[in-house]
Design a protein around this ligand. Structure first.
Ligand code: PMT
Length: 225
């Protein structure tokens, strides 16, 4: 077989969107297809890593050799992520996690009536998964986040790197419809506190291979220091 440099390395990856229920038939979500996260799982497994993929609802097949855990909501993804993180060497948060959920889930379908021309939904903040992983005091994995931005990409990505205490952040400009959410291609700039690495536009499959190699290099570098 091909070279397996990541043999014995446990990698956990989140992928896809989360869904936050409004009532029994409706939800809040986003356009994440899971393609980027699944490509990362495929690339890491191909290099021999022991890969767990924590996946929101997507229409993709489980990559060969990867352990998949299906979740729906941000809170479920949080619980599963914290369980996996403590025995992971590397944790990559590629999921598009809903920042907010509905405060009071309606038990029955919300009805349209003659007197409600408008409807106000109250939202509450979801836990920040990647920040919680990065804040672990014991057995903290090398933690890699993503930043999906529509403006000031570098500035906002660096802010997230620092605020969430990540080892690396992978910034993508999602204002371009050819990149980011539910597209075949992507382009990423990876930031650490001391360096940046530009990975230009290409298929998510090719980008994921380059990104996994870069993440592994940085992880090894960190271990030595
Ligand atoms: O799935 P695809 O269609 O292939 O699209 C790929 C992608 C655009 C979704 C992906 O490349 C990407 O950018 N993923 C992160 C999307 C996102 O939610 O970014 P953010 O900037 O809002 O979040 C920053 C980081 O915090 C992310 O690592 C996110 O997983 C994490 N987060 C956010 C909120 C939250 N409550 N918990 C988190 O862990």
């Amino acid at each position: 077989p091909a070279q397996q440099p990541l043999q014995g390395v446990k990698v956990t990856i989140t992928a896809g969107p989360t869904r936050e229920a409004i009532d029994p038939v409706r939800y809040i979500s986003n356009h994440s297809s899971g393609k980027m996260g699944y490509a990362l799982a495929t690339a890491a497994a191909a290099l021999g890593a022991d890969v767990t993929l924590i996946s929101g609802p997507v229409q993709l097949a489980t990559p060969t050799g990867v352990t998949r855990i299906d979740v729906t909501t941000a809170e479920q993804m949080y619980v599963s992520s914290m369980q996996q993180a403590s025995n992971s060497d590397i944790f990559i948060g590629c999921a598009a996690v809903a920042d907010f959920r509905v405060a009071a889930l309606a038990s029955q379908k919300i009805k349209k009536t003659a007197d409600n021309d408008g409807l106000t939904l109250q939202l509450v903040k979801n836990p920040d998964i990647i920040a919680s992983v990065a804040a672990m005091s014991a057995q903290r994995p090398f933690t890699v986040g993503f930043a999906a931005e529509t403006e000031k990409v570098a500035e906002y990505a660096r802010q997230k790197l620092q605020k969430k205490n990540l080892n690396l952040i992978c910034a993508n400009d999602v204002s371009d419809p050819a990149l980011g959410f539910n597209s075949e291609q992507n382009a990423i700039t990876v930031y650490s506190t001391t360096a940046e690495f530009a990975l230009g536009q290409r298929s998510k499959t090719d980008l994921a291979q380059a990104l996994i190699s870069l993440i592994y290099e940085q992880y090894q570098h960190e271990k030595k220091h």
